[in-house]
Structures are given as structure tokens and as C-alpha cells.
Design a protein. Structure first.
Length: 504
């Protein structure tokens, strides 16, 4: 059972990032611009984040095994559709279908573990392994994706999910236990406001640099997000059966874990989107070489996951979480010191640091949440955690992408003006526009590449600063309080059940 849950979560997390090394190939073959490529990534992540809470609620209501299997079937179908896509539009739609499937299967996976492993130590080991495999999926995606793209084409990064998904369906139907469902009402107003708010926000952030921040559509959608997201929180606060349990955030330990998950994804997903473009289209690496370059990071995640689990069991989550966030901040900041002429041995230490930081945060976040939630609401609370993680990735790609695109346009316009080149060339980006920039005169091509690196450095430094601030905030949230008795494990009774306490 544990192997089945780990394998399917590995596949879902792998799909978050394996496509990144295929982006330059997708851009060239499907003639897509940077905003189109961002939507190939964000289409998956946005639907995943927007519907995770719904996935958790559906699992609690209709049975976690049933919703898990449904999600796995949808994810597998979406993978096949993505592989068969012949243009950017159908590919984005297929990625959204994958995101829907992942949103249904992820909350059930963690909540099933919570119910099966009732002993605290066994649960910690199981959740640690589950989290480590999930983190490994994020790390090994670029390593696996690069050689696959070079050998079999970009569609192979989606075909790989189909046999794994089919095998997972057969195993899940046989080995996964089912649990009694909980009578709940679907929170349709909350779901509508959540999807509307996040969708409008991400659209505005992605399209803002391309259309201009004063564009009517961008401004209108930013206004929609500014109204819908606070309305979503207000609706959830008044709902008798909310899809987002705001009581989750009254526990400072759970809040610290949630901030850690959100900010790790914010920085790492944002960086992971742009680094393949830098390595392949500026540094001239092949997709396979760019993927294999991530092996040290993968190795460190594998080593750090059990270490962080042991540290959490012995000392609590504060030490591994703060350390992990600080290491991620250091890695992003250090990466901004290297340009197109940097040699791999010079910055491999940065990849090791990044892998160690990621490995130190993933497992403690999951263990902390599962130790402090009411079993009857495990689906909802694990969905809350994973929603914040995935939303962090969505916002990270969108925000850091907006920083990069805006800086790139400004810098490149100034450089082309000095060269006497047409101003419209400022919109040719070195990633997906690699074919067109290759035909430009050498001074113009060099200006494009230099502007891209300068913009990437700014985006990485912004991500580093955000992670450093998060490390400080988590350190404050999780600091010991000797003058206050710690609250017992969060056991929030529902109208349908009597209160119960989950052991620490």
C-alpha cells in the first residue's frame, strides 16, 4: 500500500517539473512564446492549487480510495492527451486535466497514510518516506526529462506517466483500504471564488509583462483577484462546512509549516522554470546535459529527507525548517552570481546547497501537519497544506517571471537603442525565440542573452530575499514558549462527530 501511494505521488510531483527541460523544444516545435510556455507550466499548477481543497473535501465525503482512483485515472488520461497535442492550446488544456487529476489524488494519499499508520513513530517514518519520494519526484524530473527529450522528443515526458498510471490504478484498486465517508456539504461558493481569484491573479501576473501593466484586461483581472480572494476567505469564515479550515492557521506550528511549504515552492519552482532556458538557449547545453547537471541536487534531497525526519522527531520542526529555508535562500542568491561563462564545477556547490535545503523542508512540513490534525479532517487539512505548497509554486513562477520579463524588456530596449537596432527586437526572448535570435547579428544576439541573464539574476535575488524573510518568520512562529502550555494536538470537532484527541 505504501509503495502504491509513494509511486503515484512521485508521478504527480515529477510532472510538476519534468516538463521544464522540454520547454525550449516545445517552444520551437509549437511556436510558443514565453507566456505560452508559462501557461504550459502554470496550467497544471493553477488547476492543481485551485482544486486541491475540493479534492480533500470530496475524499472526506465520498471516500478517499474512490476519489484517489478517480484522480489517478484523470491524471493518466491528461498525460496521454498532452503527449498527443499538436499546438500550445491543446497542450495547456491537457496539462489542466492533469492538474485536476493530481488535485483529486494528492489529499487522499496523505490522509490514507494518516489513518493506516496509527502509531506515531510508524506514521512519522511512513510520512517521511512519502514526503521524501515526493521531493525526489521534484528533483529527479529535470534529470530524467533532459535525456528523454533529446532521445524521444518532448512528448515522452508525458507518455512516461501512462504505464505508471495504469499500473497504479490496478494496484490501488486491490491494496488501498477504504474509510467511512463524512457527511459534508460541498462548498460551491468557496470553490468558485477560489478558482476565480487564483485564476485571475496568475493570468494578470503572466500576461502583465507581455501586454503591459496598464492593459485593460490585465487591470480588470487584477481587480477581480483583489475582490475574489478576500471574499473567499470571508465565505470560508462563515461556512458551517468550509473547504478551507481557517482554524488551521490558529495553530502557530501549523502556520509555520504552511509558510515553509509555500515559500520553498515559491523559490524553487520559480527558479526551475527559467534555469533550463538559461542552460540550453544561452549556455548552449543540450537538454540531457542540463538535466544531468541536476544530479547533485537530487542526491542531496535523497540524503536530506531521512535526516530531516529524524531531526523533526527528536527536536521538533523548527530546526530543519529554518535551516532548509535558509539554505534555499543562500542557493538562489549564490546562483545569481554566475553568468553564461560560468563553468559547472564553479557552481555545483550551489546545486548541492539547494538540494539539501529542499530535502530539509519537505518531510518536516508533512509530519508536523499529520501529527497535529484531527483524523476526521485529515483530507481537508492535508489538502490545505498541499494547496499552499502548490500555490507557492504557481505564484513563484508568475511573480519571478513577471520580474524577469519586465527587467528583460527594459534592459534589452536600452541595449538595442545603443546599438541602433529596431526597438521591437526587445520582445524576442532567448528561450522560446532561440531560432529567431540565432539569425540576428552577433551584437544583437549578445545583447539579448546579456539582458536575459541580467533579468534572471534579479529574479533569483528576489526569490532569495523572500526565502530569507520566510526563514526568519518561521523561526519566530516556532520558537519555544515556556510561559504558555502548548495546545494539545489540534482536534477540531465537526458538527457530525464528538471531539477527539490525536496523540502527539
Amino acid at each position: 500500500m505504501l509503495a502504491t501511494l509513494c509511486a503515484t505521488m512521485f508521478m504527480a510531483m515529477l510532472d510538476n517539473v519534468i516538463v521544464n527541460n522540454a520547454l525550449p523544444h516545445i517552444g520551437r516545435e509549437l511556436h510558443s512564446g514565453v507566456s505560452g510556455l508559462q501557461w504550459v507550466v502554470e496550467g497544471y499548477s493553477l488547476v492543481y492549487a485551485a482544486l486541491l481543497l475540493t479534492g480533500g473535501t470530496l475524499g472526506d465525503r465520498y471516500g478517499r480510495k474512490r476519489i484517489f482512483i478517480t484522480g489517478l485515472a484523470v491524471f493518466t488520461a491528461g498525460s496521454a492527451a498532452a503527449a498527443l497535442s499538436g499546438s500550445t492550446g491543446p497542450l495547456i488544456a491537457a496539462r489542466m486535466l492533469q492538474g485536476l487529476g493530481a488535485a483529486l489524488l494528492t489529499p487522499g494519499s496523505l490522509s490514507i497514510l494518516r489513518h493506516v499508520f496509527t502509531d506515531e513513530k510508524e506514521r512519522a517514518r511512513a510520512v517521511g518516506l512519502w514526503s521524501g519520494v515526493s521531493a525526489l519526484g521534484l528533483a529527479i524530473g529535470p534529470v530524467l526529462g533532459g535525456p528523454m527529450v533529446d532521445t524521444f522528443g518532448w512528448a515522452s515526458v508525458f507518455w512516461i506517466n501512462v504505464p505508471v498510471g495504469v499500473a497504479g490504478l490496478l494496484l490501488a484498486a486491490r491494496v488501498l483500504p477504504e474509510f467511512a465517508s463524512r457527511a459534508t456539504r460541498l462548498d460551491l461558493p468557496g470553490q468558485a471564488l477560489s478558482a476565480l481569484g487564483f485564476g485571475a491573479l496568475v493570468y494578470a501576473l503572466i500576461e502583465g509583462p507581455a501586454r503591459g501593466w496598464s492593459d485593460t484586461r490585465v487591470l480588470a483581472l487584477a481587480a477581480v483577484a483583489a475582490l475574489a480572494l478576500p471574499a473567499f476567505v470571508a465565505v470560508e469564515a462563515r461556512s458551517a462546512d468550509p473547504m478551507l479550515d481557517l482554524g488551521f492557521f490558529r495553530d502557530r506550528v501549523l502556520t509555520g509549516a504552511a509558510v515553509s511549504g509555500f515559500m520553498t515552492s515559491f523559490g524553487m519552482f520559480g527558479a526551475a522554470f527559467f534555469l533550463p532556458l538559461l542552460m540550453q538557449n544561452v549556455m548552449g547545453w543540450s537538454a540531457a546535459d542540463a538535466g544531468l547537471a541536476g544530479l547533485p541536487m537530487t542526491a542531496m534531497i535523497v540524503l536530506a529527507a531521512p535526516l530531516s525526519s529524524a531531526l523533526t522527531s527528536r527536536h521538533g520542526p523548527r530546526l530543519p525548517l529554518v535551516t532548509g529555508l535558509a539554505l534555499c535562500a543562500t542557493a538562489l542568491g549564490a546562483l545569481s552570481l554566475y553568468g553564461a561563462d560560468a563553468r559547472y564545477p564553479q557552481y555545483v556547490w550551489v546545486l548541492l546547497t539547494m538540494g539539501l535545503g529542499m530535502g530539509m523542508t519537505f518531510t518536516p512540513v508533512s509530519i508536523t501537519v499529520m501529527q497535529r490534525v484531527d483524523p476526521a479532517r485529515a483530507g481537508m487539512d492535508s489538502a490545505t497544506l498541499n494547496t499552499l505548497r502548490e500555490t507557492g509554486g504557481v505564484i513563484g513562477v508568475a511573480v519571478l517571471g513577471a520580474v524577469l520579463s519586465s527587467r528583460l524588456t527594459t534592459t534589452l530596449t536600452e541595449s538595442l537603442h545603443r546599438l541602433g537596432a529596431p526597438a521591437e527586437l526587445a520582445h524576442h526572448l532567448p528561450g522560446p525565440a532561440a531560432d529567431s535570435t540565432a539569425a540576428l547579428p552577433a551584437p544583437v544576439r549578445d545583447a539579448v542573452n546579456a539582458a536575459f541573464i541580467d533579468a534572471l539574476h534579479l529574479a533569483l535575488r528576489c526569490g532569495s530575499a523572500a526565502l530569507a524573510a520566510a526563514a526568519l518568520l518561521v523561526a519566530l512562529l516556532l520558537r519555544p514558549r515556556r510561559d504558555v502550555t502548548p495546545p494539545p494536538t489540534t482536534a477540531r470537532p465537526t458538527p457530525q462527530q464528538e471531539p477527539q484527541t490525536t496523540p502527539h
